[in-house]
Design a protein. Structure first.
Length: 378
């Protein structure tokens, strides 16, 4: 019987949704009676000297100024997120290589490993893509290998023929596989000759009250209450136009909960405060305070739904549109998704979401996802 489970997910850093999905999956598995630990698998550190030399190279070759964040600066930038991770997620020491992951995994005698969720199968986002198909456990027959709501992140197939054959062989050694998007189901069948389940992002497995516990005792911000919360990952003029239209139609102010600055303006910064990522608890609180949400983020969309808020999701094609489409289609909320350049009508803004119906659909999907985990981990 499975007792000890390792979770292999995206590196934990300054990502609101990424950290909360890791928190939610671990909490869900613990509530099911398992001993759970997340493998703290990280990108290899780049020394400050290498960063400096790279910046100088950019300046010489292309006359572009790039100012990298140095290690001590990064520690300050992500300090609030580090506090949340330390407090709410049980994780291993930092593991920088697949060899370190394998050695640590063997030393802990895990009974199973769960790969997921988030975009663990997207090459650009993972430290070493083969690790997330468990090549380091390919000879381990007594370990249960599970994928839960794993995501390729994009609709297009990103692997060449050689790599496709490799990951196909690895994935067929898994005991069970589920993905987060309909597109993932299709990609697995088309390229990997594998029928897989479609399950929910882990954040949707928890109740709203479980997130409310995280912000218990934190006072609301009266300046934000009743206004429009913006969670925009990729700002541009087209999105600003949509935001301004919504703000005018609703006659409400807008507010953010992101760093004031994300691009370093010089090699030496006197004041790091504008670059610090706000606490995850404050991000959650923003959804509760707001009367309306505008986001181009998948997890921004998810938390709008969790807290039953009216929202607009601007499709973020660069980061993957299928995530939005898959979830919103399941819940009958496709009308809440807009493209850059779409007309923002009064009907769309003022159309009330039937959250009684949405929540009933979500309960059914949640039950199927929990049943999947129960069945594959027994």
């Amino acid at each position: 019987m499975t007792k000890k489970i390792a979770i292999l997910t995206q590196p934990l850093h300054i990502n609101f949704g990424g950290t909360l999905q890791a928190f939610a999956l671990q909490k869900t598995l613990i509530s099911m009676g398992y001993e759970v630990e997340t493998l703290n698998y990280q990108w290899k550190k780049i020394s400050d000297l290498k960063k400096l030399l790279s910046a100088l190279k950019h300046k010489i070759l292309s006359n572009t100024k790039v100012y990298p964040f140095f290690e001590k600066e990064l520690e300050v930038l992500k300090s609030e997120h580090t506090k949340f991770i330390d407090k709410h997620i049980k994780y291993s020491p930092i593991l920088y290589s697949v060899e370190e992951v394998k050695k640590y995994f063997d030393s802990k005698n895990f009974d199973a490993i769960v790969v997921g969720s988030d975009q663990v199968w997207r090459v650009a986002y993972s430290p070493r893509i083969e690790s997330f198909f468990l090549d380091f456990l390919s000879d381990k027959k007594g370990i249960k290998k599970i994928a839960y709501s794993a995501s390729f992140g994009i609709d297009d197939w990103q692997f060449d023929n050689e790599k496709t054959l490799e990951i196909k062989t690895l994935l067929h050694k898994f005991n069970a596989v589920s993905v987060r998007e309909n597109s993932g189901v299709n990609l697995c069948q088309q390229y990997l000759d594998m029928k897989v389940k479609h399950t929910l992002d882990p954040t949707l497995l928890l109740e709203a009250k479980e997130y409310l516990q995280l912000i218990k005792g934190i006072q609301k911000d009266s300046d934000n209450t009743g206004n429009i919360f913006l969670y925009i990952l990729d700002k541009n003029k087209d999105k600003e136009k949509i935001i301004n239209t919504i703000s005018k139609k609703l006659d409400k102010e807008i507010f953010y909960n992101q760093p004031e600055k994300t691009v370093k303006e010089s090699f030496i910064i006197g004041d790091l405060e504008p670059y610090i990522y706000p606490p995850i608890e404050n991000w959650i609180k923003s959804f509760i305070e707001a009367d309306f949400i505008v986001t181009d983020s998948f997890h921004g969309t998810v938390f709008s739904i969790i807290f039953n808020k009216p929202f607009i999701s601007i499709v973020n094609k660069e980061r993957g549109a299928s995530r939005f489409e898959s979830l919103l289609e399941q819940l009958g909320l496709m009308n809440r998704m807009v493209n850059v350049g779409s007309e923002i009508t009064d009907d769309l803004i003022h159309d009330e979401i039937d959250y009684d119906l949405v929540n009933r659909k979500l309960i059914d999907l949640k039950l199927k996802s929990i049943n999947y985990l129960n069945e594959v981990l027994v």
